[in-house]
Design a binder for this molecule. Sequence first.
Ligand code: KG4
Ligand code: ZN
Length: 349
Amino acid sequence: MTARILGIETSCDETAIGVVEDGRRILSNVVASSSQFHAAYGGVVPEIAARVHVEVIWQVLQEALTAAHLSVEQLDAIAVTHGPGLPGALLIGLAFAKGLALALDRPLIGVDHLAAHLYAGSMTDEALEPPYVGLVVSGGHTLLCVAHPQQRFEVLGETKDDAVGEAFDKTAKLLGLGYPGGPIIDRLSDEGRADAVPFSRSNAKDGFDFSFSGLKTAVYQYVQKQTSEARSQKSEEEKGAATWTHQQIADVAASFQEAAVDILVTKTLRACQRTGLKRLVVGGGVAANRRLRQRLLEAGQPRGLQVVCPPPALCVDNGAMVAGVAFEQLQAGARAPLSLAIAPNRCLN
Ligand code: KG4
Ligand code: ZN
């Protein structure tokens, strides 16, 4: 039986709704981001994110239905991210989904945001079957796991401090590049030398847990040192003027990106080797990073590793991945009660 599922995603600063048929066929995938309202702060302001969700979610729903050429009555189930994410932001999507499910008398499916990011791999490669190694890299999470059949996950390691996307965003803020920093650093790195600054990769040495606060601090200290050295060489009148050239900024950006990617690739390959699994799925906003994709694909080939990197639109937060993963849950008989609560902290079972 064909099932058309509406997927609602409001865990952070994207108000996203998609319609997916039978877990794979994307009929629409509409994303409205409030990132421009957070730019001045260099990071997501939860209160602003929640307010914008309320303001735009109805419009996003209309656009998703129009693009899918469907009316609400033609939907078979309503899926929604119930965690992890920002509590206020999650509440908006969940309350909206409950209202729709109740009004339409359709099943409500609660979706784990991280599982949805990995499911983007199954929407990319229809032949993909678990078990596989999953790497989730986003603004809120950095996590390695083994994905087993029936949405069961075994977490191998996760970040002990900053998520890698957060490190991209904070580094961009430090370099005065704007928000969200990940895509900006990705592009700017094309113009920089990745070996210009040898940021430490020492935390890649062992285990599966990550730490990115040290790398972020190393960038900060490097910028401080270079700035004060440049100032001390200038005359009194020149002091205070911008001391960084575009090339220097691009070099730091590229060097930071290379170090972050090195750490991710080293740990991920270790996870593949230790588990003996020959399939790898990368999900989350940072999976859109071109250097990370390239490095994983290059490393995968000689090792006989199948590396699935979803297209960028399915890496960043979106509603289609939520509707997709919900299809498996619906088939397995999952139905969430209208009392379903948000789960702001790390989920994946
Ligand atoms: O998955 P996502 O859209 O939202 C969360 O669940 O957090 O990920 C957002 C993160 C942000 O930190 C953003 O800077 C980063 O993904 N990002 C990237 C790229 N595109 C988005 N980081 C590096 N390179 C990119 N191309
Ligand atoms: Zn995400």
